[in-house]
Design a protein around this ligand. Structure first.
Ligand code: PHE
Length: 357
């Protein structure tokens, strides 16, 4: 056989092996294709067997040439094996792929603090920094705490069925109405405080000052854009031996300026009347700049605690003097956020409330 023919024949054999390997789409197909060339009855094996009749010289050249072809075929097989394994790995990776570029699933309706709760937290924080404790009291009150103890006469208009929600089965001493203001907490808290220091007081010694605020829900038969049958109040009480109206002005001015984050704010104490304070004053504020500038806005009632009320607390009005204020957190929230209808706070409409998250 002519050496060129030999080369061509073996080259063709390697080429057809490469082609068949390339056509094998799976490892199993590839192993079948391999058997056709390198198996026991494979074509390379056949060629080897065919050398039996050749001379020693011829065996050398022919054997070397067949070996080259065999190695080429084996190399092609290994390459294709690796290709198929790589393809399989890629397919598996793709099938199990996690798309980490996908945006996370939103939690949807994430909650937030109600705007009025935010205001209450601010109020507690600011008064807390001025040494005021926070007290909480019942929303179903007795006639005594809501009216009588606060020097509110029987025929006071605030007692009328029109203003007050009464509950069935109560008595003037037992819970019989929904508190119309947080002022009953003046009595409740002071009585508790005084009880604690009774021994000191009886020995003629000084009692620690009372400084407390009492935020919470209050109720009146009233409903329009600026009144809701349920609304919020926050009471403030400061009782000591050396407290004066000046102190009330100082702390309330500091409170307003901190609450509204503005020194550009003036206060006015406008003479008024409350049965449980004497003298009494409405507290108005006026912004000097911004959208509300120039208007007097009423934010609280206040006054010196009436001597009869001090007595009802168990204290001697000749020795102890108190100042009280009651503000409307709903109103403060409206002013702070520019909301013009109070009812929006209590409708529970998520579109409105979510703006404050
Ligand atoms: N309780 C009064 C009201 O509801 C407000 C007030 C509180 C006034 C304390 C004076 C002192 O209108």
């Amino acid at each position: 056989m002519h050496p060129e023919n030999t080369m061509n024949e073996l080259d063709t054999l390697a080429a057809s092996a490469r082609e068949l390997f390339a056509q094998a789409a799976t490892p199993a197909e590839l192993e079948n294709a391999k058997a056709q060339f390198l198996g026991k009855a494979g074509r390379v094996t056949e060629l080897m067997k065919g050398m039996a009749q050749l001379s020693v010289e011829e065996k050398k050249t022919r054997g070397a040439a067949i070996n080259v072809a065999k190695q080429a075929i084996e190399a092609a097989l290994t390459a294709r094996r690796e290709q198929l394994a790589e393809a399989e790995l890629q397919a598996q990776l793709q099938a199990e792929a996690l798309d980490v570029t996908l945006p996370g699933r939103s939690r949807g309706q994430e909650g937030g603090l109600h705007p009025v709760s935010r205001t209450l937290e601010r109020i507690e924080g600011i008064f807390g920094s001025m040494g005021f404790a926070v007290a909480q009291g019942p929303e179903i009150e007795s006639d005594w705490f809501n009216f009588t103890a606060l020097n509110t006469p029987e025929d006071h208009p605030a007692r009328s069925m029109h203003d007050t929600f009464y509950v069935e089965g109560g008595s003037p001493e037992a819970p019989n109405l929904l508190r119309t203001h947080t002022s009953p907490m003046q009595i409740r808290h002071a009585v508790q405080h005084v009880k604690k220091y009774r021994a000191l007081l009886d020995a003629g010694q000084a009692m620690p000052e009372i400084r407390v605020i009492a935020p919470g829900r209050t109720y009146r038969v009233d409903s329009d854009a600026t009144h809701s049958p349920m609304f919020h109040q926050c009471e403030g009480l400061w009782i000591g031996e050396n407290v004066s109206f000046k102190d009330l002005k100082v702390i309330f001015t500091a409170f307003c300026r901190t609450f509204f984050e503005s020194d550009d704010l003036v206060l006015r104490f406008r003479p008024s009347f409350f049965p449980f304070t004497e003298p009494s004053a409405e507290i108005d504020i006026q912004f000097q700049s911004g959208p509300l500038a120039g208007r007097w806005l009423e934010v609280a009632g206040s006054g010196q605690v009436h001597p009869q009320v001090v007595r009802n607390m168990g204290l001697d009005p000749e020795r102890y003097i108190g100042f009280a204020f009651g503000m409307g957190p709903d109103r403060l929230t409206m002013l702070r956020y520019g909301v013009n209808d109070l009812r929006l706070f209590f409708d529970g409409d998520i579109r409105f409330l979510s703006q404050f998250r």
